[in-house]
Ligand binder design. Structure first.
Ligand code: BES
Ligand code: ZN
Length: 456
């Protein structure tokens, strides 16, 4: 009988094949037309977990199902709550994919598909690690509860409601959230902070209906012009957000944390060239790029639906225009408060002749964790062993809404980590899971279980 580490070594090809099956399901949570696909992905995971021998519950919600599973075979030992999500972001623009988003393809050591890195591939490592113990009949070093959601990419409200009402069922000694990435290829990372988010849309109404721009140009308000004026008064050219009170609760990272960031192998020029690909980085000049991405709040526009965007010309003054926006929040900004401050400010900016409507969704709180938590220390050692490189402490500019609830509602020390590489193209065409990192990720989960369980 082999060990769990030997098992995963001899099952690499099989894991990759199975992950491809899951990646063929277009489980885009934000698109109502994909509802059945989201459900199919939940069922795929439930079936897979049952095959391994776990007790599984597919929990219906008002939107997409939650998958809850238990592997409680280590009485007296600690319990780990594992988290991941099976939903994905939309794949568009599809024409920019080298191979289609839901036809997983391996090339140059990477597995290309929507969701390969964010988050199906990472979620899979958690499941593969458990399977390695079960199949090799190795005594479980820890108990594991898994809570897997299908709405992370579109707000995550169902899991939040579940966590609030089923705290007892989810009780655990540590949570392992696999929805992040390495700092650089081969350098594992643990996020000690996540930004929060508030997002939504601004709708501007001008004339009662679309108007001929020759007949009415010069007198009728143009809602796109209005949106442009509004947007430049929400954030200035230096990246400073102009919403009154926006920065009041922002807490800077302490000197120790900031000093640690200065020691990270971050090459600004390479970052600009290889990851961002623009001619310059933007944002607040008084902060370093890492500070701007991890410890400063932002405002961004994602798209401006409305008006004429077809081929050719149409000389029209559209009646309506919309901007989809979000703000990333840092400790200790409060999503509810930021929602009110932002709505009031944006409504006050309505140019003459327009009506401005602001609709912001619930949002997610920012979080920070101390590096001194025993679970974090265990993860740091486990990751360092698995990758053969010291794991670093970073923060993450993105959001995983449920993490704040794990910490504040359930009081569970939470480790946020993952295996996605900087070239993973999360939310973008040609999303990619680096297969070397994927397999090391499974090793890291096994080593984490051993450390938390006190066997290493
Ligand atoms: N896994 C990502 C966050 C992430 C992205 C981590 C890239 C590391 C590298 C997560 O699924 C995500 O994108 N969350 C959304 C949440 C939002 C829609 C509420 C985000 O941050 O935009
Ligand atoms: Zn994710």
């Amino acid at each position: 009988m082999s060990t769990p580490l030997e098992f995963i070594q001899s099952h690499r090809a099989q894991f990759e094949r199975e992950l491809c099956d899951l990646l063929r399901i277009p489980s885009v949570s934000t698109l109502p037309a994909r509802r059945d696909d989201v459900r199919a992905a939940a069922d795929w995971i439930a079936t897979h977990l049952r095959d391994i021998g776990l007790t599984v519950d597919v929990i219906p919600t008002t939107r997409h199902p939650l998958v809850y599973a238990e592997w409680l075979q280590a009485p007296g030992r600690p319990t780990v709550l594992g988290y991941g999500h099976y939903d994905v972001q939309p794949s568009d623009p599809d024409e920019l994919w080298t191979t289609p988003p839901y036809s997983p393809t391996i090339r140059n050591g990477g597995l290309y598909a929507r969701g390969a890195a964010d988050d199906k591939g990472q979620l899979f490592t958690l499941i593969a690690a458990i399977r390695a113990y079960v199949r090799t009949r190795t005594p479980a070093p820890v108990n594991v509860k898994l809570i897997i959601e299908g709405e992370e990419e579109s707000g995550g409200e169902s899991i939040a409601a579940y966590v609030r009402s089923h705290g007892d069922r989810l009780r655990a000694d540590a949570a392992l959230v696999l929805d992040f990435g390495v700092f650089a290829p081969g350098i594992p990372a643990i996020a000690l902070g996540l930004r929060g988010i508030v997002g939504g849309e601004i709708e501007v109404q001008g004339a009662a209906r679309d108007l001929h721009s020759g007949l009415y140009g010069g007198v009728a308000p143009n809602p796109f012009q209005a949106l442009a004026e509004i947007i430049t008064r929400i954030k200035d050219a230096d990246g400073h957000v102009l919403i009154p009170g926006f920065y009041d609760r922002v807490a800077p990272p302490d000197a120790l944390e900031r000093a640690a960031w200065d020691r990270l192998p971050f090459d600004e020029a390479a970052f600009l060239r290889e990851e961002v690909g623009s001619t310059a980085l933007t944002g607040e000049p008084d902060y370093t790029p890492l500070e701007r991405m991890w410890a400063r709040p932002t405002f961004e526009v994602h798209g401006m639906p409305g008006g004429f965007t077809g081929e050719g010309t149409k000389t029209v003054i559209p009646a309506r225009a919309t901007a989809k926006i979000s703000m990333r929040l840092v400790p200790h900004q409060d999503p509810g408060e930021i929602r009110s401050l932002a709505s009031a400010h944006i409504r006050s900016l309505a140019p003459r002749g327009t009506r401005v409507d602001v609709r912001l969704w619930h949002g997610a709180k920012p979080v920070v964790m101390p590096p001194t938590l025993p679970a974090v220390a265990a993860a740091q050692r486990a990751l360092s062993e698995a990758f053969g490189r010291e794991a670093v402490f970073t923060r993450m500019g993105g959001s995983v809404p449920i993490v704040a609830d794990f910490i504040e509602e359930l009081n569970i020390p939470t480790v946020v980590t993952g295996w996605a590489t900087p070239d993973a193209n999360a939310h973008s065409p040609n999303e990619r899971l680096d297969l070397e990192h994927f397999h090391k990720g499974i090793v890291a989960v096994i080593r984490f279980f051993e450390r938390i369980g006190g066997r290493a």
